[in-house]
Ligand binder design. Sequence first.
Ligand code: SF4
Length: 222
Amino acid sequence: MKRLPVHETFYTWQGEGCHMGKPAYFIRLFGCPVRCPWCDSAGTWHPDHIPDVIEKWEIQELLHAALKNQAKRAVVTGGEPCIHDLRDLTKALNENNIQVHLETSGAFPIEGSFDWVAVSPKVYKDPLLSCLEEAQEFKLIVDTPESIVLWENKIGHLYSGRPIWLHPEWSLRKDKTILEQINLKVKENNYDYRAGYQLHKLYGVDEESAVTPSTKISLSTL
Ligand code: SF4
């Protein structure tokens, strides 16, 4: 039976991008080979942070947990969720009228059927053309004053009118140079750049809602 390694799941609301503020059941899968130095999900891959036990959930367990929360939308994230085959998971969620959104670095092929794909490319592993084409929105993490131009030169010809959210890397969210770069790019109005933020971090909703695998819902209790 198909199982996926789960770092945590939680019912909360989307704090980023075009669906900001909408309720969603988050499924954070384990593992990421991209290894960004400022990763805010290091518990999914970094040796200093990974838990002792990584539990694998059956697809039906994830589905029932989403249904139990009466979720109309699930966000599959990580780690890097696309290192896993997500076809069975997305099929099960879709068949139960739960919209499925994906958050990926775009560095691995997307296997699954998604209603919304957000690609956040990282310099530590180049995104695939197929993922960039499938994206409905982009999220660029601005961690240096050159970040925006770097991506513009690399993949700007593929933006094609889709929104590009500019997020200050969280530890630099008050850095005047980084914020100024974002301000200028948005006001240039050459692409559909939008000033982004991780609103859920201001609200602290993830910490309140997280369910680790060890406290997962047992199928037998449903
Ligand atoms: S791609 Fe995402 S999950 Fe992976 S290391 Fe980078 S920020 Fe972390």
